[in-house]
Design a protein around this ligand. Structure first.
Ligand SMILES: [Zn+2]
Length: 78
């Protein structure tokens, strides 16, 4: 039965490592991925800077002016 324990321990260890990796990945993505948008002021559509002026007016903006305009056009079509 010791083999069973070992497998269980190993599975747990791998699981912990996987969780740690996932957390790290999410943290990294929050910093770099354009979809982390609001946090770093990058457009979630094109990945370019939204712009300080726009963020000053709308801190929650997740798209640059251009992408927001085309997104709203898409919404209007519905
Ligand atoms: Zn954009």
């Amino acid at each position: 039965m010791s083999r069973g324990f070992r497998d269980a321990d190993q599975t747990q260890a791998m699981s912990d490592q996987a969780v740690a990796n996932e957390v790290q990945r999410i943290l990294e993505r929050g910093r770099r991925d354009p979809t982390g948008a609001a946090a770093d002021g990058m457009c979630q559509d094109c990945g370019k800077r939204i712009g300080d002026e726009r963020l000053a007016v709308l801190p929650s903006a997740v798209r640059c002016v251009r992408c927001q305009a085309s997104w709203e056009q898409g919404q209007a079509g519905h």
